[in-house]
Write a protein that binds this ligand. Structure first.
Ligand code: TLP
Length: 338
């Protein structure tokens, strides 16, 4: 089977497993795991933030950040297809007592002009309190699209103007970075908090990093423990994350090339519709023209290809390190047959 459902499906390589096997460990709840400590300081340096914290998943990363930045009854502005809205099980409401205000972006990107009128007046005690602006970069449901740095800077200025926090769901910030050449630290510099994944394109089996100021991470550490995310000899998995950050960022370019090749093929076919302007990194969102999404998913599976679903009525294919350029040629044959 060729698995393009997600870049989360990768298995650790031999080298990564060796790093995990060799990891020095200790009890991380006492902050005595040298490998987890090294991962956190390495990530903080890479993102140029005062501190970082290793958490089990991207969802926990985003949700801890939102919890630390808000009070119950606050509101977070996000894009209508944001992961925190679509795929985090309603946890902003359940875990933090907050609501999300969704804004429709173009290819996942909204502008300051669109959201400034939505910021609630502080005098309106009967309204929720706007507290955070959230951005997803790259944007998953929009097809791995990149938020332009000028737009991020303008949103950051808007957040400052209204005394709001600015959060980045940077699950795939590494993809944005290699595609644009803008360092992750430059992206991170605009945000109060960042959550970024080690277990997507970077190939680690588990884990995310959140980063921000020392005070922010101190509070995040408390929430991680309260939510059951305090881990013990976690160096065995932190080692995989450290290996991923040190070795697997630059190679994401290859995944982008694979996605481009596949997108060009889909664009020529009269059975699928794809917006080529959305093809910027490793995620393809495309529409079947002659068949239903379900029919294509089932038939592709029969022919040896796993695809997933994107936003309503669309298919999703995500390239990653466990599919080769040869596999992509096979995928073209399968899609041709479909
Ligand atoms: N995304 C997964 C699914 O949940 C859709 C995927 O296969 O792409 N932020 C973004 C932008 C994400 O894409 C994801 C995972 C997360 C957060 C959550 O990460 P995990 O799955 O580690 O909790």
């Amino acid at each position: 089977m060729i698995d393009l459902r997600s870049d989360t499906v990768t298995k650790p390589t031999k080298e990564m497993l060796k790093a995990m096997y060799d990891a020095e460990v200790g009890d991380d709840v006492y902050k005595e795991d040298p490998t987890a400590n090294e991962l956190e300081s390495y990530a903080a340096e890479l993102l140029n933030k005062e501190a970082a914290l290793f958490v089990p998943s991207g969802v926990m990363g985003n949700q801890i950040c939102l919890n630390v930045l808000t009070q119950p009854m606050d509101e977070v502005i996000c894009e209508k297809d944001a992961h925190i809205f679509q795929y985090e099980s309603g946890s902003p409401a359940a875990l933090s007592g907050i609501q999300l205000l969704q804004v429709e972006g173009k290819r996942g990107v909204f502008t300051p002009g669109q959201i400034e009128p939505l910021i609630r007046p502080t005098s309106a005690y009967y309204m929720p309190r706007t507290k955070v602006i959230e951005v997803e970069n790259t944007h998953n449901r929009a097809g791995g699209t990149i938020n332009p740095i000028e737009n991020i800077e303008a949103l950051c200025n808007l957040a400052k103007k209204y005394n709001l926090f600015f959060h980045l769901d940077g699950a795939r910030i590494w993809n944005a970075s290699v595609a644009t050449g803008i360092p992750p630290s430059k992206y991170a510099s605009y945000f109060d908090s960042i959550s970024c994944c080690l277990s997507k394109g970077l190939g680690a089996p588990i884990g995310s990093i959140i980063a921000g100021s020392k005070d922010f991470i101190k509070e995040a550490y408390r929430i991680r423990k309260a939510w059951g995310g305090g881990m013990r000899q976690v160096g065995v998995i932190a080692a995989a994350g450290l290996f991923a950050l040190k070795n697997n960022i630059e190679r994401l370019k290859e995944d982008h090339e694979k996605a481009k090749t596949l997108a060009e093929f889909l664009n020529q076919s009269d059975s699928f519709d794809i917006d080529m302007d959305s093809v910027q990194t490793n995620i393809l969102i495309f529409k079947p023209i002659k068949n239903s999404v379900e029919e294509i998913l089932a038939k592709a599976k029969e022919l040896g290809l796993f695809l997933s679903v994107g936003s309503i009525g669309t298919l999703r294919a995500v390239t990653h390190m466990d599919v080769s350029f040869e596999d992509i040629e096979k995928v073209k044959l399968i899609l041709g047959e479909l």
